[in-house]
Design a protein around this ligand. Sequence first.
Ligand code: AP5
Ligand code: MG
Length: 179
Amino acid sequence: MITILLGPPGAGKGTQAKLLADRLGMEHVSTGDLLRSARSSGTLIGKQAADFMDQGLLVPDELVAGLVAEKLNEGNKHFLLDGFPRNLFQAEQLSEIATHAGQRIVAVLLIEVPVVELVKRLAGRGRADDSEETVRRRLEVYDNETQPLIKYFADLNILTRIEGTGAVEAIHGRILDTF
Ligand code: AP5
Ligand code: MG
């Protein structure tokens, strides 16, 4: 089974994914984390991804899809995808990867947070791609490339909206209520 966490940069996908994975024994797959670890271990994919990440742009689809396919082929687990898919093409890639791995997308949880709050959260964190300019670019990329996925998954009747403001534990509770 595959559950997808969808939402803008700073929505709390990573934070909520860790809690959910611990609580429900799901396998957390964050493409951002996979790419950052590829970079720090100096792999070819890491090198190819670096400039895109530093600019707040999406890394080319094929690089990311390969990382996801590798994970989903690991076996019969409940995967929690965080940061993938991020555009319509990746959604179609995921559908193929899932079919090939004998997996099915069961739910898409959209974490909704107002932009002012996103900017405040990311400014307070300080990851390499959290500079003001890069955050602005990441938000634009989300609006232009990732937002269309909301309608895509809503049309498939698998989208649930989660109010993403308030205490981390309260949001976790709202997400658990959807299972
Ligand atoms: P990625 O690592 O996925 O970053 P992102 O989507 O921009 O989102 P973040 O990780 O910044 O935010 P989050 O939603 O996980 O929130 P978090 O829990 O950390 O991607 C990075 C880059 O990799 C991309 O720009 C791209 O280049 C590349 N990439 C990745 N996937 C790709 C793909 N599929 N295709 C192409 N390229 C890809 O929380 C944020 C902060 O807020 C934290 O400090 C946290 O402590 C805090 N916080 C969380 N919840 C709350 C709360 N309720 N109240 C207050 N603070 C909170
Ligand atoms: Mg994250």
